[in-house]
Write a protein that binds this ligand. Structure first.
Ligand code: NAD
Ligand code: ZN
Ligand code: ZN
Length: 376
């Protein structure tokens, strides 16, 4: 079928993106679903900071590529052998789909799946196939999803069936922002009641960590950002305290408040400076949970002897260390129960024509999660 999609041909174009236009809105071809594949009508797709890093060329991707790695939509067709989903089902689209057989998959760590990781780096679906093209020329998939498009063909593992009463423009944020932010707290850190946490970066992902920390019963939930306009919402969603990342007394304030430092610092801004502060405010025996992503190959510095003597842990976590079929239904239920008001993170909706402009707004830190509506 022919459809409209946002295609990137080149990484590293400069801001302002409204001028350099990294995403071109074009008509592309999408092959129908083959065996073990599903056609989804994408109704909403969220704009993540990782999309911005992809535009900036921080991590190389196979080009050209249709962008987008979180979304929600309606199943329109299923290929042979697909039994878990049927036309009409409402689904969250997430980037993780484990093969079920490799070592990480049998250890319940599908985000590390060998097959999925290899396919992602090749710009293919996790079954190794490619369904997108333009005038006979191949176009790649982004994270096995490519949700900046009117339709997507993907494998069932990336799709989680949801209650159709949940608005699709809210459900879209569960695909990356929610699963990553909440999973960092529940799966990676495993925060226990009474523990103290700090969250660096109060954006789409970080605010989900704030909400998850509140559900976990954290005592102090300290929100830290360079942009103070994020503080009011952060406090409404669970922060007990907000502090500017630029405050020269940041470390002393947090250590005083928590009698020696937080149990967990979540670094969710992607800033190197924030990593240094996150380490400094973490108590002995505590963990720095690393969620924010810098450029491939970027090196970070830390004092090794202190890490050893203070028994600290630096823990990387990708896509909230999720098992999508286990975690997403739970997070969707938290939303329905009012425990995770994810709808509060939606900064607005856009059509394809505003996508490049809205990248600039995300780049300037003016918004939280902007939602693309591919059908207007
Ligand atoms: N690990 C994963 O699986 C995963 C998944 C999604 C996103 N990410 C990464 O997480 C980060 C956040 O993504 P997002 O979509 O929430 O971004 P966002 O742009 O919505 O939010 C980032 C926030 O960080 C703040 N910030 C910038 N510099 C800071 C600093 N020095 N100290 C404190 N705060 C600072 C910004 O003001 C902004 O509020 C990005 O690096 C993104 O690539 C990682
Ligand atoms: Zn993302
Ligand atoms: Zn696997």
């Amino acid at each position: 079928m022919r459809m409209t999609a946002a295609v990137m041909y080149e990484q590293g174009l400069p801001a302002p993106y409204v001028e350099s236009q990294p995403f071109r809105i074009e008509e592309v071809e999408l092959d129908g679903p083959g065996e073990g594949e599903v056609l989804v009508e994408v109704r909403a797709a969220g704009l993540c900071h990782s999309d911005l890093s992809q535009v900036a060329g921080q991590r190389k991707r196979k080009l050209p590529v249709v962008g987008g790695h979180e979304g929600a939509g309606i199943v329109r067709e299923v290929g042979r052998g697909v039994t878990r989903l049927k036309p009409g089902d409402h689904v969250v689209m997430t980037a993780v789909s484990g093969c079920g057989h490799c070592h990480p998959c049998v250890e319940s760590r599908p985000v590390l799946c060998d097959t999925f990781t290899a396919a992602r780096s090749q710009g293919l679906l996790s079954n190794g196939l490619r369904k997108l093209s333009r005038k006979g020329n191949p176009i790649h998939h982004y994270s096995g999803i490519s949700s900046f498009a009117q339709y997507a063909v993907t494998v069932p593992g990336t799709l989680i069936k949801m209650d159709p009463s949940i608005p699709l423009d809210v459900a879209a944020m569960f695909g990356c922002a929610v699963v990553t932010g909440a999973g960092s707290v529940f799966n990676a850190a495993k925060v226990r009641p009474g523990q103290n946490v700090a969250v660096f970066g109060l954006g789409g992902v970080g605010l989900n960590s704030v909400m998850a920390a509140r559900i976990s019963g954290a005592a102090e939930i300290i929100g830290i950002d360079i942009n103070e306009s994020k503080f009011e919402l952060a406090r409404e969603l669970g922060c007990t305290r907000t502090i500017s990342a630029l405050d020269p007394n940041l470390v002393e304030i947090v250590k005083d408040l928590t009698k020696g430092g937080v149990d967990f610092s979540f670094e969710i801004s992607g800033s190197k400076a924030a990593m240094t502060s996150a380490n400094a405010i973490t108590r002995k025996g505590g963990e720095v949970v690393c969620v924010g992503l810098g450029a491939t190959g970027d090196l970070y510095q830390y004092a090794h002897a202190a890490l050893v003597a203070e028994e600290k842990v630096f823990r990387g976590t990708f896509m909230g260390s999720c098992v999508p079929e286990r975690d997403l239904p739970r997070y969707l239920k938290y939303f329905q129960e009012g425990k995770m008001p994810v709808d509060r993170l939606k900064s607005g909706t856009m059509g394809f024509d505003q996508l490049n402009h809205n990248l600039d707004q995300l780049d300037r830190g003016e918004v939280v999660r902007q939602i693309l509506l591919p059908h207007g």
